[in-house]
Ligand binder design. Structure first.
Ligand SMILES: NC(=O)C1=CN([C@@H]2O[C@H](COP(=O)(O)OP(=O)(O)OC[C@H]3O[C@@H](n4cnc5c(N)ncnc54)[C@H](OP(=O)(O)O)[C@@H]3O)[C@@H](O)[C@H]2O)C=CC1
Ligand SMILES: Nc1nc(O)c(N)c(N[C@@H]2O[C@H](COP(=O)(O)O)[C@@H](O)[C@H]2O)n1
Length: 226
């Protein structure tokens, strides 16, 4: 068993999620950032790849005091469990994700992760070990389910999202398209990695809704898993 997995990503009108230097870019406007906070607060856990931690140093906390209070009133931690997919245990010990806000953190590493790094991370987080060279995403999701996670939000980046799509582990995709053009053939996109080669392998989506937010568009799709 695994949680319901939904990806939320903000991209420019030309399909980029940051600059080619992997510098964090503000794509969402006020309405979309409020929506992101609401869907985060409604999730049991939120997951990113180590590339996003190194590039953006996110905290992935719930920003609205009202939403945090609602979570507390429901007997939950103020913030969902924060999960980093990090095969080699490269998460910096001073990363915001380990220090900002209360609640549980999980660092998922592979068996190749250096023991001393793993021990140092254990001071701040629960470490889950799966996979030989890189994290086994299916096994990680099953472990999250065992730990009570039923609804998992994935915030990126493009490499992790690709890994999840490649293995048929995404149930819903929420894409906010903002009113900027970033450009650059090497700028990250919502699903990077190797990409599917055969049409038969493409992930197929069914449109749930498309709504205007700020000067952009939010599109929600469900994934027809193979
Ligand atoms: N606009 C938006 O909404 C968002 C934009 N971003 C942007 O995305 C960029 C970062 O994306 P990216 O560099 O792709 O990094 P990711 O955050 O996607 O992390 C990728 C890393 O995850 C690790 N990983 C471990 N196991 C797996 C697996 N099975 N499948 C896939 N990945 C795995 C790998 O590192 P290792 O082998 O070391 O484990 C891999 O390199 C930044 O520029 C950031 O600003 C990020 C989030 C949201
Ligand atoms: N939804 C959305 N819109 C944008 O314009 C963005 N740049 C992002 N980025 C994601 O948000 C994370 C920052 O989280 P914290 O504010 O530090 O909690 C960042 O790492 C990206 O995952 N998202």
């Amino acid at each position: 068993m695994r949680p319901f997995v939904f990806v939320n990503i903000a991209m420019s009108a030309d399909g980029k999620i940051s600059t080619k230097e992997r510098r964090q870019v503000k794509i969402s406007g006020t309405e979309d950032f409020s929506r992101v906070d609401r869907i985060k607060a409604a999730s049991d856990a939120i997951m990113v790849g180590i590339g996003t931690v190194l590039a953006d140093n996110p905290s992935l906390t719930v920003k609205s005091p009202d939403l945090r209070a609602e979570r507390r009133a429901g007997g939950k931690d103020e913030h969902p469990i924060r999960v980093v997919v990090d095969s080699a245990a490269r998460t910096p010990l001073d990363a915001d994700i380990l220090h900002k806000g209360t609640g549980k953190r999980i660092i998922a590493v592979s068996r190749k992760a250096p023991r001393e790094r793993v021990e140092a991370l254990r001071e701040h987080a629960t470490v889950v070990v799966t996979g030989e060279d890189s994290v086994d995403l299916q096994a990680l999701l099953e472990e999250l389910y065992r730990q009570g996670v039923r609804r998992l939000m994935v915030e990126g980046g493009g490499t992790l999202i690709w890994g999840l799509f490649e293995q048929g582990l995404v149930d819903e995709l929420q894409t906010f398209i903002g009113n900027i053009v970033i450009g650059g053939k090497d700028a990250p996109t919502p699903a990077d990695g190797e990409g599917f080669l055969r049409e038969a392998d493409f992930a197929r989506l069914r449109l749930i809704e498309a709504v205007q937010l700020d000067d952009g568009l939010l599109i929600r799709w469900s994934v027809e898993n193979r």
